[in-house]
Design a protein around this ligand. Structure first.
Ligand code: HMG
Ligand code: MG
Length: 286
């Protein structure tokens, strides 16, 4: 039987801030992570070791990692698109690294400048190095239902990339509705296809909330047995390479939804509200 505990993986410092045009100072990013560390999260995605030319906002990744107060029991995770990023993540003592692929060829090119097949080859040494060092490796599949460039994405494409990430050694694969336009029916059939290959215990849901359907999509995923969801305090987020992508689903909204439906998360709502207010204050006014 699926358990009633749901893990929320906090995304605000990484997915939340990466889309902000105004450069946010390192001290504020550290303060955000430190506030989130008090909320009861098991995992916080702190930053990305990516090219500073591609994502200038996160060019201070090393400084953020060096400045945060690490709370025992919290895993501080980072994105690593290649070996250069992995080496930097190791130097920064990241507890977990994540590789990120796409179910859409065009988004793969726009986001990481290579095809899906090339990205899997590029991830291979990262996976081997993380295995050698005993560092947990997470995988993302973007555009699992909709692509900003290609439109609807066939479920089999999402399933194929998820399987390849699992074969590389990812302990968990986060399925991303990158532009937040996925309808619950589409998410459900995508999950049905992915679940033919991988157990629900290896999957996480990563829903952006552009169309206001992210909670419905979480509901569908819960029914399919998923118990890990990505969310961002204050609903921050978006991807600079996915035009139209809005924020990640707000952590507080996921928390309320889960409690209402009989699940527990271990999060402290008061501290979360405080962290979310600070996260929102970092967002530039549109
Ligand atoms: P490239 O230009 O093909 O890379 O970019 P390259 O290997 O040819 O290197 C070019 C330059 O980048 C070199 O510098 C490298 O040193 C540097 P130069 O010699 O020109 O001065 N470089 C790096 N610098 C720092 N750290 C690195 C690194 N790698 C190369 N790791 C690359 C390929 C993957 C690097 C680039 O496309 C990139 O950084 N992309 C990142 C895109 C990104 O961060 N997107 C957002 C995250 S994904 C997302 O948001 C979706 C998700 O939330 C799930 C969902 O919602 O679906 C996860
Ligand atoms: Mg995202």
């Amino acid at each position: 039987r699926p358990s009633n505990h749901v893990t929320i993986v906090e995304m605000a410092p990484r997915d939340g801030l990466q889309n902000e045009k105004r450069l946010i100072d390192t001290v504020s990013k550290i303060e955000l992570v430190d506030l989130l560390s008090e909320c009861g999260f098991e995992r916080i995605e702190v930053t990305s070791f990516v090219s500073p030319k591609w994502v200038p906002q996160l060019s201070d990744a090393g400084g953020v990692m060096a400045g945060i107060k690490r709370k025992p029991g919290v895993r501080y995770a980072v994105l690593t698109p290649n070996m250069q990023g992995f080496e930097a993540a190791i130097a920064a003592c990241a507890d977990e690294v994540a590789i990120f692929a796409s179910a859409s060829e065009t988004f793969s090119i726009r986001n990481i400048n290579c095809s899906i097949a090339e990205s899997i080859e590029r991830f291979r040494p990262v996976a081997a190095a993380s295995r050698d060092r005993g560092i947990p490796l997470r995988g993302y599949v973007s555009c699992v239902v909709e692509c900003p460039y290609e439109g609807a994405v066939p479920p089999a494409n999402a399933a194929s990339v998820a399987r390849q990430l699992q074969e590389l050694g990812c302990y968990e694969i986060s399925l991303g509705d990158t532009i937040g336009r996925g309808k619950p029916e589409a998410v459900d059939s995508m999950l049905e296809t992915v679940l033919a290959d991988l157990p629900a215990t290896m999957l996480a849901g990563h829903f952006h909330d552009t169309s206001g359907r992210a909670l419905d999509n979480i509901g569908v995923a819960l029914d399919r047995g998923l118990r890990v969801f990505d969310a961002a305090a204050g609903g921050l987020g978006g991807c600079p390479f996915a035009p139209g992508a809005k924020g990640n689903i707000d952590t507080a909204a996921v928390q309320h939804y889960l409690i209402l439906h009989g699940f527990e998360t271990g999060l402290d709502e008061e501290k979360l509200a405080h962290a979310a207010a600070f996260a929102s204050s970092l967002r530039s006014v549109a």
